[in-house]
Every structure is written in C-alpha cells, then in structure tokens.
Design a protein around this ligand. Sequence first.
Ligand SMILES: *Cc1c(COP(=O)(O)O)cnc(C)c1O
Ligand code: SF4
Length: 402
Amino acid sequence: MPNTDNRDLGALGQGLWSEVPAAQWNDWGWQLKNRITTLAELDALMSLTDEERAGCEHANHKLALAITPYFFNLIDRSDPDCPVRKQVIPREGEMRVATEELLDPVGEEHTMPVPGLVHRYPDRVLFLITDRCASYCRYCTRSRLVSNAQEYNFHPEYERGLRYIEEHPEVRDVLLSGGDPLLLSDRKLDHILGRLRAIKHVEFIRIGSRIPVFLPQRITPELCDVLKKHGPIWMSIHVNHPRECTAELGQACERLSFAGVPLGNQSVLLRGVNDDVEVMKDLVHRLLRMRVRPYYLYQCDLITGSAHFRADVRKGLEIIQALRGHTTGYAVPQYVIDAPGGGGKVPINPEYLERITDDEVVFRNYEGRRYTYPLRSHPVPAPVAPVAPPLPAAAGTCGCRT
Ligand SMILES: *Cc1c(COP(=O)(O)O)cnc(C)c1O
Ligand code: SF4
C-alpha cells in the first residue's frame, strides 16, 4: 500500500487468533462466522465485570451481542474502562430505562411511507436495507430493529423502497443504511446500486457503514469494483476513538478511496469513550490521514438504556471549540442533535457571534479576541486633488480565497 501514512497506526495482527491461518483470518466470511455472540464465549476470552455480565444476560432481548474477532482484538481486556470495550460489550445500564428515553428516539417510524424507507427531508431518503451489522454498538439508535432482538420483526423490502424512490422525483439523494448495507453480497449491492443509478432524478447515492471499522476484510477488490462501477458512491464510516484507527482500517479506506469513494466519518459523543478534547483531536487527525473527512459528531440519541453513554452537550461544544481554528478546518465535524421525536439533525455550535445590528456584526475568533465587521458602507469623501492612477493588481490579490 503505497501512500497511506500509517506511521503510528498499529497493525493489529491476529492477536488471540494467532493460530488461525492468515487466509481464513483475512476472509470476511470467517470473521463473521467466528464472531463472539454469547456470554460463555466472552467468558472464555476475558474476565467480565459484574456490570458487563448483567448486560450480556439481557442483551438478547434488546440488541444482540456480536463482536468480530478482528474488533475484539482492539479491546484492552485488563481495563474495564477501555473505550472500545464500552462500545460493544453490553453493560447493566442498558437495562435501565429513563423517562426521557424512547424506542424510536428520532421519530423515524412516523416518516416511513414504506417499511424501511424514512422520508423526513423532502429531497432525500434513508433506505434501511438490512437489520444486520458485523458487530453491534450498544448505543445504537435503531436498536428497536437492528439485530431483530426485539419484537419489531423487520424485513427489509427493497422492491417497495425502490419503487417508492422511482415514483418520487423529489428524491435526489438516497442514503443506504440499516443495519449495515455492506453485509449484503456484492451481487445484491450491485443490483440495488444499479437500480438506483438508473433512476434519473437520483443524483446522489451514499452508504452509511461501520464495516470498515468492524470488518475491514469485507472491503475486497470485488466490492470496490461494484462501488466504482456505480460511482460516485459516497460513504460515511463510523469511528469513535483513535484506537479504532488501525493499519487495517487505513488500508480499507485506501481501497475505498482509490475506487473513487469519498469518505466521511460520523462519531457519536459517548461518555467515557470520546468525550474528551485530546481524544477527539487525535481521532480527527488520524481520520484525515486516512483520507476520511470528519462529517458529523452526534449527541447520543435518547435510545432506551443509554443514560450511561450520554455526555453533557456542553462537553460536545467544548470539543468543537477546541478544534475550530486550533486545527485544520477539514478536521472539524459538525456537532448535531438529532431532534428527539423527529425534527432532523440540528447543528449545535459554540457561540462566536456576540452582536448583530444594522450597522455591524461583532464576533470573537478562536482565541477569544473580539472583531467587528461593518454592515453599512461609509464612502470616503470625494478627494479634492486628482489621485494617481491605480497600480496594476499584484499577484495574489485577486480576492480568490484559496
Ligand atoms: C441523517 C439523515 C439523512 C441525511 O442527512 P444529511 O444531513 O444530508 O447527511 C437523511 N434522512 C434521514 C432520515 C436521516 O436521519
Ligand atoms: S453499526 Fe450502526 S446500525 Fe449497526 S449497531 Fe452500530 S450504530 Fe447500529
């Protein structure tokens, strides 16, 4: 792999599975088949806290337990506070439901004209094409349907979804999600992407996937060919902590980028995982080095049993403020709250604006210094003596902002 800067992205290797032949380890089918899905399997690999044990016992009624061997290797088994561990190993807190929490925290159910197709914004749809993921995030917004552990009984209906999109010329943007769309076979993805591409009014197609993070082995040359064939396909991956930025993820991102897939990242602000300025700064820098542009930072949705994950919104603002102006602009994600009950994603920004009147706007910069920009023009009085002709413009003064 020629260009990826992996200077301090550790190659994970096979860790606990060092006996497994490399060809199997690198086969995504093997990774899926050998996922850790039961308390007994977890017990055989590590010692769980009581809180985790209680969480695992409950998981089958809420959101299934599944961790790929690749991702399991990222867990620090000696540290109950490991930020990777908290994302995928259930804890007792999942069983405690608070009054502000909801099964459908962002109100997707009332904007589904067809099962699995959320049409909230006039020009774009969220198309849920599977309920399965390679591993399950304990704070998942869609735990009501993802993994089918609850009574939801979700059966994605691509045909109805595709027909709806075909019949609605206002839909110019289709976001494939789930579950994780990249768990579908290359053949199925080829079919769905081909159908979407054939719809004249669909201008923009994107995929939301955590597969590069949980199962980088799935990003095969064959899959990349499918994405290239129907490109441009944009992709949002989901990385929460710098520890997830391994050489394997870097290589998967490189394969996707070289297939012409622009990459963004969506992180969820999680207490005890990434609600920290230094952790976030490290994460966004590593993402840029892997050609991934930080896109959104989400305030954790009010999903049932998520109180132990939710960080203070003021912490999110502090993180954004510590990034904006202090590092590369490309590295700064937009912090959003997906409005509870369903109002869409709303940007939550630190306050730079101090005052705006008909005369001026007063604001502070990243260092806290105050500046003024006038909103009225005050012409200079006409000169008495004739002025010298203007000098020719020097290079670089054309006003172009690059
Ligand atoms: C997030 C989301 C989208 C995409 O929103 P963007 O801000 O364009 O990334 C579309 N539909 C639904 C229902 C969503 O939740
Ligand atoms: S990968 Fe996405 S859909 Fe799947 S469990 Fe995680 S957050 Fe939910």
